[in-house]
Design a binder for this molecule. Structure first.
Ligand SMILES: *Cc1c(COP(=O)(O)O)cnc(C)c1O
Length: 359
């Protein structure tokens, strides 16, 4: 059976070789006569897995010992609440940059727990560009500044890392590991795994250790980064299978040449699709070309009446999950690390043919 060309925004494609390895090891992992899912998280074998995953991630991103790496649960959405609990009192101010649906959600969750202020927004232009840095109205006493470097739904990405005088918090759910990153420019990075890292159920958090002591006294233990760090992400049972699989994905990335190598492939994949879209009057993408995401590429057809047909014919070609998010409509192709370049080639070929037939 041929694997589908899977453009799902999340849970998204995983590398075929990683899945094959997990399959081969599933019933009898390391000669233990059971799967990795069926051993204690306190066993030496599993501790070896979580430590190897952390070491590999630290190598990929050159994460220094100033940062803790945490394997959490609850998705990126839970971090919308964990961020204020860990960094601010309820009376403190926190700054939020609103550049799309996800940063807007982070703001509305933040408002429940802290004096959250939208210090910049591009909603008035339909989130088609990132809010220019010189428009940000940073609070004098803000405890942190939160933003989303890659807006998964809108297909918008920051081409620069903001410099601010307060701790910088980034929701990198759909872009972590897409290319090299200087972790030292950030204070907190979090990401739900199911876009570019591994299966759903795991959330990665990279946090500057010096911030861990700021946690509120009333923060639930399950949301506290300090508690997680003190227990090596095992204050309670961690998502063991998801951590194992993420570890295999990190190994796969290292074998491929690390983040510089994957970034070259990712740029090439995205360039092919944007070039096709820009070269046609049939397809279009609304995002300012400087601020386009290389991970999530939304596009519309000139006549929305053709949308259903486009999706049905794509599916016949084994090109799956191209429907845009319900809030924006149209199409969206997510081109995460595990989406092979051949899948993008197949999509581009299909789009050209579809345009010839219906344009
Ligand atoms: C998918 C996504 C989320 C939500 O992730 P969950 O794990 O479903 O909570 C938040 N932020 C961004 C940028 C995302 O892409």
């Amino acid at each position: 059976m041929a694997r589908a060309h899977n453009f799902c925004a999340g849970p998204a494609a995983l590398p075929e070789s990683v899945l094959a390895r997990a399959q081969a090891e599933l019933l009898d992992w390391r000669g233990l006569g059971c799967s990795v899912m069926e051993v204690s998280h306190r066993s030496a074998e599993f501790i070896g897995v979580i430590e190897a995953a952390e070491t590999s991630l630290r190598r990929l991103l050159s994460i220094s010992d100033d940062y803790a790496v945490l394997f959490l649960q609850g998705g990126a959405s839970q971090q919308f609440s964990a961020v204020p609990f860990n960094l601010a009192a309820s009376t403190d101010v926190a700054d939020y940059v609103v550049s799309g649906q996800w940063s807007k959600k982070a703001l509305s969750e933040g408002r429940r727990l802290v004096q959250a202020a939208a210090i910049a927004s591009s909603e008035d232009v339909g989130f088609s560009s990132v809010p220019a840095r010189d428009t940000w109205q940073l609070g004098d006493n803000a405890r942190y500044c939160h933003y989303c470097p890659n807006e998964t739904i809108g297909g918008l990405a920051f081409p620069w890392v903001p410099t601010v005088s307060v701790p910088l918090v980034a929701d990198m759910s759909s872009v972590l590991l897409a290319g090299p990153l200087d972790v030292n420019q950030f204070d907190v990075i979090y990401a739900g795994a199911q876009k570019n890292i591994g299966p759903a159920g795991l959330t990665l958090l990279i946090v500057r250790r010096s911030l861990l002591s700021q946690v509120r006294a009333d923060c639930p233990a399950s949301l506290s980064w300090q508690v997680a760090a003190e227990h090596q992400s095992m204050a309670n049972t961690p998502p063991t299978f998801a951590i194992y699989l993420a570890g295999l994905v990190f190994e796969w990335l290292e074998a491929l040449g690390g983040l510089p190598a994957i970034e070259i492939i990712n740029r090439r994949k995205a360039d092919k699709l944007y070039e096709l879209i820009d070269g046609s009057d049939f397809y279009s993408n609304p995002i300012d070309p400087c601020d386009r995401s290389i991970m999530n590429v939304p596009f519309t057809l000139v006549d929305p009446a053709l949308d259903a047909r486009f999706l049905a014919e794509a599916e016949q070609q084994n090109l799956l999950n191209l429907k845009g998010h319900r809030s924006v409509g149209g199409m969206r192709a997510s081109l995460y690390n595990a989406v092979p370049e051949a899948s993008v080639d197949a999509l581009c070929a299909f789009m050209k043919t579809f345009e010839q037939q219906h344009g």
